[in-house]
Design a protein around this ligand. Structure first.
Ligand SMILES: Nc1ncnc2c1ncn2[C@@H]1O[C@H](COP(=O)(O)OP(=O)(O)OP(=O)(O)O)[C@@H](O)[C@H]1O
Ligand SMILES: [Mg+2]
Length: 147
């Protein structure tokens, strides 16, 4: 499924709709180039899941935690040097406890804890145009219904 937005607030709203459907144990892999809108989407997901706190790019801290009815973990693997480091981050345990949202998930080289909802973020035509291609494992199809 491919969705388009034309402003950061629209992207955040898309994230909120998705976040409102996620449950503990769900993993969302965010892919796409620098500035495509992964963090903006993640901010919406955290809000939609009802968690507290303002999401910023976790540039030096690799994983941030947001408390709420369901805990949300926001990881950014941009600075990961080897895929194996992802194992040391303990993402498996985090994903077992809450919702895990991972930017630059491709840097984990397939070592993410479980089948993920994948969102490929990209630029569209025009400065504030973005596209979001959502792929959902069959067992999680309800998470992306009517997004
Ligand atoms: N439709 C849109 N959706 C999301 N962001 C947009 C949109 N239009 C413009 N922007 C701008 O694009 C930038 C997206 O930044 P963001 O930090 O979310 O990207 P990112 O994919 O997380 O990049 P990085 O790989 O550096 O983490 C922000 O400055 C935002 O204001
Ligand atoms: Mg980011």
């Amino acid at each position: 499924m491919r969705l388009a937005t034309s402003s950061p607030s629209e992207t955040e709203a898309l994230g909120r709709r998705l976040g409102g459907r996620l449950r503990a144990g769900d993993v969302v892999a965010l892919l796409g180039p620098l500035g495509a809108g992964k963090t903006v989407l993640a901010r919406g997901i955290v809000e939609g899941a009802g968690a507290r706190g303002t999401v910023a790019s976790p540039s030096f801290v690799i994983v941030r935690e947001y408390a709420g009815p369901v805990r949300v973990y926001h990881a950014d693997l941009y600075r990961l040097e080897r895929p194996a480091e992802v194992v040391e981050l303990g993402l498996d345990e985090l994903a077992a406890e809450g919702i895990l949202v991972v930017e630059w998930a491709d840097r984990a080289g397939g070592l993410l804890p479980r089948p993920a909802i994948t969102v490929v973020c990209d630029f569209g035509e025009g400065e504030t145009a973005r596209t979001f291609t959502v792929e959902v494992p069959p067992a999680l199809a309800d998470r992306a219904a009517d997004l």
